[in-house]
Structure formats: C-alpha cells, structure tokens
Design a protein around this ligand. Structure first.
Ligand code: FCB
Length: 478
C-alpha cells in the first residue's frame, strides 16, 4: 500500500449498522408489473385514470410499465446481485380479485407465489404490501374509499392473500401511505380516482385507516406469527417565520399529514385540533363507535416513508378562508387550503422536493418520543434526478448516491440515539411509472430503458450493494 492509500484509509470512518439490519428496496405493483390485461386481472382505478386526458404527464400509462410481471426472475437475480436482504413489493388487488369482492383469480395469486418463491430461493425476505393504491375499479364504481364497505372488502382481500402466501411471507403491511390515497385521490384529484371532493376525502381517510385495522385483526386472527406493518408518509414541517399565522399553518399541515394518521393508528384517537380544522368541511358521522379501537389494533412495525420537509406559511383570516373554500378546490389540504408551501432554501430533487436529512432525524426522534413504543423501518426513501446514460453505458447518479448516503447516515445517527430502526428500503429498486408524472421521473437505483426494458445499474446501485456488503457506510472523515 502506498502512503497515500494508507492516509486515505485512515481518513475514512466506517459507520456500522446493527447486525441483522434490513437492507431493502421497494416497488409497487402498478408501477412495475405491466401485464394489466392478461391472466384474468381486473381493472384498477389507475387503469381508468391514466386513460383520462390530461391526468398523467405525456399521456403515459402502465399497461407495460417495466414488465416486471414477465421479468421478475431476472429482476430477483438483480436484487440478489445487489445483496438485498429484503424486497418490498405490493400485490395488485384486481389481479387477485378482479371485481374487488368475491371470486378469486388463481392466476393472480400464482404470480405472487412464483415471485415469493424466487425471492426466498435467493435468500431475499419478501415484504408484502397489500394496498399500494390500485383499488379495483368495481369498488370505486360502488363508491370507493368514501364507502365503509370498501374497508370490509379490504379485510377479506387481506385474508385471501394471507391464506395463499402467509406460509412463506413473514412481513405483511396493510395500506401504503393512506394520506396520498385519501387526499390526492379524493380531494386534489391528482391521483386515481381523480375526485375533487374534500368531504369524500375525509371519509376515504377514515376508511383507509379502518381497512388497516380490520386487516391487522384478520391477519392476526389467522396467524400470530405474521409481522404486520402499518405504513405512513411523514414529513418534517416548519413554519416559514415565527408569526402566529405561519405557526398555525405548520400546526395544520403537520396535523393532517402526520398526526392524523399516527394518532389514529398508535393512540386510537384523531387529534382534537385537526378535527376542529376539519369541522367546517364535514360532520364526522362516518366515525362509528368502536372504529378507533379497530384502527389502533396493535401491530408490529411502523413503516415510515420519508422524502422531504415542508416549509409553510399561512395568511391572516385563514380559518375563515378555509371554511369558505369551494368543494372543488383541487387542494389536498382539506380544511387548510389557505396554507402555502414555500421553498425553505435547500437544494431540491427533480420533483422539486427539498432535500433535508435533518427532517428524517426530527421525525424519527419525535415518533419515538411521542408515541407508544414500536419498531420502525424506513419503508421508502429516495430521490428522482434526471439520469443520463453515458457513452460507456453507465449512469453516474452522484446526486442520488449522495442523497441516499446522507439519509443512511441520519438513520445511523438515529439508531445511536436509541431509535428502534430495523431497516431501510430504498425507493425504488428500478425506475418505474411515477403515477401522475408517468415515466418522466426516475427514482431507481437501477436505470430502465423503457424502449428495450434493459436494466442498467446506476452508480448508486453499485454503491448501495457495497454498503450492504459492509453493513456499513464509508464516509470521509470530517
Ligand atoms: C411515494 C409512493 C411511491 C412513489 C414515491 C416516489 O409517495 O408510495 O409509490 O411514488 O412516493
């Protein structure tokens, strides 16, 4: 070794993760599978939504997506090459119950059985999400998530999936990011089913939480050994200034984004101030006796998706303007439509999302401090950047690599501070269909050439594989 190499070695600190730390990557069914019209799959709300003009950038759809349905074997081999210890994927409800209720499509279950077996053969732990936003269209036709019945159908669906796969999948989770499903789906209309009805969005939020609780109970009753996760997308929230209106704006956004879901799932109540904010929108007559107990049925792991921090500002007379907000506001911030989001002065990803690792630490410490003890995993974290394939066929995504490294460093710090963090899932394993943004936003560790379906490891994927191998982060000393 030359002197220079010796010095370089000495200048590098290695941050080791605890033994058994889960190193994962995540995808979801609609974003990767394609094969939407074969083997008996029914239609989902996203299949219908993408066909509505102007809803998805460039008119993209996920009929083919990245063809994971046919290429899953190669994709699992790729995961094994990276050394992943876990893969988080979701099951497509309409592939399994084409009409959302009743008849089960065996071919759909068989696909997931093949996928799970392939994962297990490669020593990769399957983490199965039951609902990542692809509601069967038949259930939306019957009223969708604003209807209580949808939550009951979901619990039946959870039992069907557990019956088929519970012998080989240890980690189940219920609903991915109920905030998005409720408020982007039913209030702003940015996501399927594209409704703009704030009162319906509130009902949807409650029924998505009820669906979570009913599914926890259904799975628990079948098998006490299954580990069940509940998933929320949390944001750090800061007021733009310390003025009263900005502080109130931050309270409201934190309330609807974070506390509404955490308090319901972990404490069995909705925060009183948030209910008050929402009282002008609808009477909560959809909340029935016993619901909050169901929603707060104990589960095993809190799955936190973290991307960014919000910096917010209010306007004076905010409460009055919220009350007067039109029902067709197109805002997901039901009851707080007057709040504006401003740039807090940090660099952004190509989504325009501010990069803020301190927000991740803030959230992890807060949830540990303010809620009953439960293990955590980061079930999604990652960034879209405008990747380019270079002449030599590589993708030098230094920005994404730095993003993930910084967030993992924060995870390490959180663990050192006593946060019970058991794993990290990068979003996403591969570039895929990014909802209303179509294929324009790339989040993958692995680049996908959508014309040929070729997979190319980005630099971030190679670096992640090395991090997994060492169970630690190498950082230049400060
Ligand atoms: C999350 C979603 C995931 C993906 C990432 C970027 O909100 O769960 O499907 O779209 O954002």
């Amino acid at each position: 070794m030359t002197t220079q190499e010796t010095q370089t070695q000495a200048d590098i600190t290695e941050l080791k993760f605890p033994p058994g730390f889960v190193w994962g990557a995540a995808t979801s069914a609609y974003q990767v599978e394609g094969a939407t019209a074969i083997d008996g799959r029914g239609i989902s709300i996203w299949d219908a939504f993408v066909r509505r003009p102007g809803r998805v950038v460039a008119g993209d759809n996920a009929d083919v997506a990245i063809d994971h349905y046919h290429r899953y074997r190669d994709d699992v081999r790729l995961m094994a090459d990276l050394g992943l210890s876990a893969y988080r994927f979701s099951v497509s409800w309409p592939r399994i119950q084409p009409a959302g209720a009743g008849a089960v499509n065996q071919a759909g279950l068989d696909f997931y059985r093949r996928l799970v077996d392939e994962l297990l053969e490669h020593g990769i732990e399957p983490w199965l999400t039951l609902y990542h936003w692809d509601l069967p269209q038949a259930l939306e036709d019957a009223g969708g998530w604003p209807e209580r019945d949808t939550a009951k159908r979901f619990a039946e669906f959870a039992e069907i999936v557990h019956e088929a796969l519970g012998d080989r999948v240890r980690n189940f989770s219920t609903v991915n990011e109920p905030w998005c499903a409720a408020f982007l789906g039913y209030a702003s209309g940015e996501h399927a089913p594209g409704r703009r009805d704030p009162a319906a969005a509130l009902r949807a939020a409650h029924h998505l939480l009820l669906a979570h609780g009913l599914a926890v109970q259904a799975i628990r009753a079948r098998d006490a050994g299954t580990r069940i996760g509940g998933c929320v997308n949390l944001y750090a929230v800061s007021p733009a200034t310390d003025s009263d209106v900005d502080l109130d704006a931050a309270r409201r956004i934190d309330g609807l984004q974070n506390r509404f879901f955490l308090d319901a799932m972990l404490k069995g109540e909705y925060p009183a101030d948030v209910l008050e904010d929402l009282s002008a929108v609808s009477k909560p007559d959809h909340i029935r006796p016993g619901d909050m107990e169901t929603i707060s049925t104990p589960f095993d792991v809190l799955m936190i998706n973290y991307y960014s921090r919000f910096t917010v500002t209010g306007v004076s007379g905010g409460a009055a303007s919220a009350a007067a907000a039109p029902t067709d506001s197109g805002s997901p911030w039901v009851g707080s439509e007057h709040v504006s989001f401003v740039n807090g002065g940090r660099p952004v990803t190509s989504m325009g999302w501010e990069i803020d690792t301190s927000g991740l630490l803030e959230i992890l410490l807060r949830v540990k401090r303010e809620y009953p003890a439960i293990p955590f995993v980061i079930s999604e974290n990652g960034a879209a950047f405008d990747d380019v394939v270079t002449g030599d066929g590589a993708v030098h995504d230094a920005d994404r690599l730095a993003f993930i490294a910084a967030h993992l460093r924060t995870c390490h710090e959180a663990i050192a501070e006593g946060v019970p963090l058991e794993g990290y899932f990068a979003w996403s394993l591969m570039d895929n269909f990014e909802w209303a943004w179509g294929y324009g936003k790339r989040f993958g560790l692995v680049y996908v050439d959508y014309a040929t379906q070729e997979r190319i490891l980005k630099d971030s994927a190679r670096w992640y594989a090395e991090t997994i191998r060492r169970n630690g982060l190498s950082l230049p000393a400060e």
